[in-house]
Design a protein around this ligand. Structure first.
Ligand SMILES: [Zn+2]
Length: 77
């Protein structure tokens, strides 16, 4: 009987620890996803053709963003 109680207690402790760990890692994952989403949605404007595009797809040069290498080169001339 005592052994059974011990087993139940052990299972309860195991489950609560597991839940706690998974919930914290889930929260961290969500936070990371939100961060990622935020940077993905940062829109910048091409200094040459004024088209909006995501920041990581843009080419940055001298504090200006460009939608393509062609437009970056066109601004130089
Ligand atoms: Zn452009």
């Amino acid at each position: 009987m005592r052994l059974l109680l011990f087993c139940i207690l052990f299972i309860l402790v195991y489950l609560s620890t597991k839940n706690y760990l998974s919930s914290t890692s889930d929260r961290q994952k969500k936070r990371n996803q939100e961060k990622k989403k935020h940077s993905e949605h940062t829109m910048v404007r091409c200094a040459y053709c004024h088209v909006f595009l995501p920041e990581q797809e843009a080419i940055k040069a001298n504090d200006h963003y460009f939608c393509s290498k062609l437009h970056q080169d066109s601004m130089k001339n």
